[in-house]
Design a protein around this ligand. Structure first.
Ligand SMILES: Nc1nc2c(ncn2[C@@H]2O[C@H](COP(=O)(O)OP(=O)(O)OP(=O)(O)O)[C@@H](O)[C@H]2O)c(=O)[nH]1
Ligand SMILES: [Mg+2]
Length: 246
């Protein structure tokens, strides 16, 4: 079983090497990482190139000319991932909000499910303890509304920590995803269930970034929220017969 971890980065110089070191130490055989960097001004892409000189079988980097948002980076990264021989593909953030320690457990669950989602809203799943009660409420509420509007079972609709079977990612076909930012994750979650794939959520503790700066602002969050209705409308007629075949 070959595993590829796709990590989009924008100005993650303070995190990326630590993250690559942590992933390299995981007890996962045939593990590789693909970093998708949008020409980060802080030199993240070059840091990964330097790392690659030491561990060329472990890491590769896709350099994109400009920052077009998380969705665009994932479309490019997943397309590249499916060109490789990876059997399973993991997506995660570079800033340690998604702890690498969860990965072996998530991959094990892929034996029984089409996609495994690191979730803040099932079982012991939790948001950073420093979040104020209203921020926790707002996040939970936004995810609840999204789930209801889309009519899906997944509770953490904006989750960005997932392990995919190759066949699932192929069938979903990222080329048809139009949304960016959080809405990219929402549209993927919607397509996955509408196409009849079976997801499972495993609880994670989502820790706030300690290094580097946030790329998310209120405008981004509002824009993603508005897109939920467009997503529901766009895919209201899609069925498992619409799975992509290549
Ligand atoms: N390639 C690429 N990566 C991005 C872009 N925007 C965000 N990222 C990366 O996507 C991941 C998630 O972005 P974050 O900024 O951590 O978003 P967040 O977790 O919602 O918010 P904070 O942790 O508070 O910053 C990180 O690894 C970012 O570096 C982008 O436009 N292009
Ligand atoms: Mg983050």
């Amino acid at each position: 079983m070959k595993t590829l971890i796709v990590i989009p980065t924008y100005n993650e110089a303070a995190n990326i090497i630590g993250m690559l070191d942590a992933l390299r130490k995981l007890a996962v055989p045939a593990l590789r990482v693909l970093v998708v960097d949008d020409n980060s001004p802080d030199g993240t892409g070059q840091l990964v190139e330097d790392y690659k000189l030491l561990y060329q079988d472990f890491v590769s980097v896709l350099h994109r000319k400009e920052k077009t948002g998380l969705g665009g980076a994932y479309v490019a990264g997943f397309t590249e991932a499916l060109k490789s021989d990876a059997d399973q593909i993991v997506q995660m953030d570079a800033d340690f909000s998604h702890s690498p320690d969860y990965i072996p457990g998530m991959l094990a669950k892929l034996a029984d499910y089409d996609v495994v989602i690191g979730s803040r809203y099932v079982g012991d799943g939790e948001l950073d303890e420093t979040w104020s009660w209203w921020r926790v409420f707002l996040s939970w509420f936004a995810n609840q509304v999204t789930q209801k509007v889309l009519g899906i079972t997944v509770k953490d609709t904006t989750a960005g920590f997932k392990a995919w079977r190759r066949a699932t990612l192929q069938g979903v076909n990222v080329q048809r995803v139009k949304s960016n930012s959080y809405a990219f994750q929402v549209e993927m979650a919607c397509l996955t269930e509408r196409l009849g794939y079976t997801p499972v959520e495993v609880p994670i503790y989502f820790q706030d970034r300690e290094e580097g700066e946030s790329k998310v602002d209120v405008n981004t969050i509002m824009a993603s929220a508005m897109q939920v209705f467009q997503i529901a409308n766009r895919w209201r007629r899609i069925t498992p017969a619409d799975r992509a075949t290549s």
